[in-house]
Design a protein around this ligand. Structure first.
Ligand code: FAD
Length: 457
């Protein structure tokens, strides 16, 4: 017997329930990854994520080869390619991790029908890309939790499945051929300091963080200059690390740092269960507020200044430049830049979310769109009108100014606190800086936002 294991957002051999189930039921498996042309057509295969993905596929292939197998990569329509591979291998079953976006669930349905009409089965495995799947905990009166704290309470009571070891051997039939693996080096337009991808790298990073960063996580996670968060987000997005395994490891490690990290992983599941119940929230307001946002046609210069990191607010500019340079941004900086765009500039959250999705290597529809909505006040935040002040926040979370100086070289010679508000420097010192004035005064931006939100809805 042969089974196909279709890899999607689970590019690993450790803790991989579909792979283990396929190996238990069959004598050989076809480990398959399809470069789905619909993903590219939707604009989701951006340079940073394509480069990271290339690393992940190379690494997965190497891990499978160590176990006597290999990865089969194909391109085209995912459903057609899976059916073709299943036919070539004469496989009776295809194993797949459950996914939760509208795109993924529709694709899964199409695949199920196509396989069944060919006399084959689709086996979908849950708790592979998340720790607690959407729908596993629900409140009494709704199909999902709209508020994080009660969700967290219920999530904590769910018994997680055990994490699985990597299989020792993965026999793959010789005759099922794939195409050459994509190479990171062939992807143009990648951020210069993009982190490497792949399961080996993810596990190395996890082990190093557990040794040197996790205990302090709760104290340092908001410190912009310390850059002391786990940086595991892209590995979670591509599934080179398993959320279930991370939670088990964090619980075993124990302490306030590990507890705080688990709480962040719960946010990840929280957003997925919101998106699974409300797939429209990827594009439309989760809570309708009738905002008449400024958009490309009314705020083009402000939007460009924000995207390019020249708003005149140093912490905002530092963060936006980090995003382009690394394809990643610190969570506190994501909160500040998103609040600045949606509240201080009163620009539509979708414009910011699209820019983030283009650059972020961890760019993820559930986490990105729903965090943007949270900040914009159209999402699940119970205080939708809060505004983060980029100057007071910068003084609090970058007290020495090192984060700003790292990313905004124009301000390298400026001491604190002026590095966060250079417009306050004495005339000649200010004039000597090649750095823009603020695109808008904070009081003016706040007033515009308050007036807009005070309008009858
Ligand atoms: P750590 O602080 O080490 O956290 C560990 C893990 O917990 C992260 O890797 C991530 O998987 C999860 N996590 C942490 N914070 C959140 C959160 N607020 N929501 C959901 N999961 C969280 N995260 C993404 O993975 N993809 C995105 O596209 C994304 N877009 C965002 C957009 C905005 C406007 C904001 C405010 C946040 C966004 N986040 C997104 C959440 C968060 O900023 C990143 O997950 C985090 O910065 C990644 O760095 P890390 O791995 O070092 O995080």
């Amino acid at each position: 017997r042969v089974s196909v294991v279709l890899f999607t957002s689970d590019l690993r051999v450790h803790d991989h329930p579909p792979l283990r189930a396929a190996l238990a039921a069959a004598d050989a498996v076809v480990p398959l990854f399809v470069r789905d042309r619909a993903v590219a057509a939707a604009g989701f295969a951006t340079p940073n994520r394509s480069a990271f993905l290339a690393d992940c596929l190379t690494d997965l292939d190497a891990a499978l080869r160590e176990r006597g197998g290999r990865l089969v990569v194909r391109s085209g329509d995912l459903v057609e390619e899976v059916c073709r591979a299943a036919r070539e291998a004469d496989a009776d079953e295809v194993h797949l991790a459950a996914a939760h976006s509208r795109f993924a669930t529709r694709r899964e349905e199409r695949l199920r029908r196509a396989l069944e009409s060919d006399g084959r089965r689709l086996s979908v495995h849950d708790a592979v890309t998340v720790a607690v799947p959407p729908g596993e905990v629900t409140p009494a009166s709704s199909d999902h939790f709209a508020v994080f704290t009660p969700y967290l309470r219920r999530w904590t009571q769910v018994p997680l499945r055990a994490a699985l070891d990597a299989p020792r051997r993965v026999p793959v039939p010789d005759h099922v051929r794939g195409e050459p693996l994509p190479a990171r080096g062939s992807v143009p337009g990648v951020s210069p300091a993009l982190a490497p991808g792949g399961e080996s790298e993810g596990r190395r990073r996890m082990t190093a963080y557990w040794r040197t960063g996790l205990d302090a996580y709760d104290d340092t996670r908001d410190d912009l200059a310390a850059d002391a968060t786990s940086k595991l987000s892209a590995h979670l997005h591509f599934g080179t690390l398993s959320a279930v395994e991370l939670v088990h490891r964090a619980r075993r490690h124990g302490g306030p740092g590990a507890e705080a990290l688990v709480r962040q992983l719960v946010w990840r599941d929280f957003h997925r269960q919101v998106l699974a119940a409300r797939p429209d929230a990827a594009h439309t307001d989760y809570r309708t507020r009738h905002d008449r946002w400024r958009t490309e046609s009314t705020a083009r210069d402000d939007i460009e200044a924000w995207q390019e990191g020249r708003t005149g607010y140093p912490v905002i500019d530092a963060a936006m430049r980090q995003l382009r340079h690394e394809g990643w941004m610190h969570n506190r900086a994501r909160l500040l830049t998103a609040s600045f765009l949606t509240k201080t500039l009163y620009v539509d959250w979708r414009i910011g979310a699209a820019h983030f999705l283009y650059w972020l290597v961890d760019g993820d529809v559930a986490n990105n769109q729903l965090n943007w909505q949270w900040v914009a006040g159209t999402g699940t935040d119970t205080r939708p009108n809060r505004v983060l002040n980029p100057v007071t926040q910068a003084k609090k979370y970058d007290p020495g100014g090192a984060y700003v100086r790292r990313w905004v070289p124009e301000l390298r010679g400026v001491e604190c606190p002026a590095v966060h508000e250079p417009w306050k420097l004495p005339g000649p010192d200010r004039a000597a800086l090649d750095y823009p004035d603020p695109v808008v005064g904070l009081a003016e931006g706040l007033e515009r936002f308050r007036r807009a939100r005070a309008r009858p809805q």
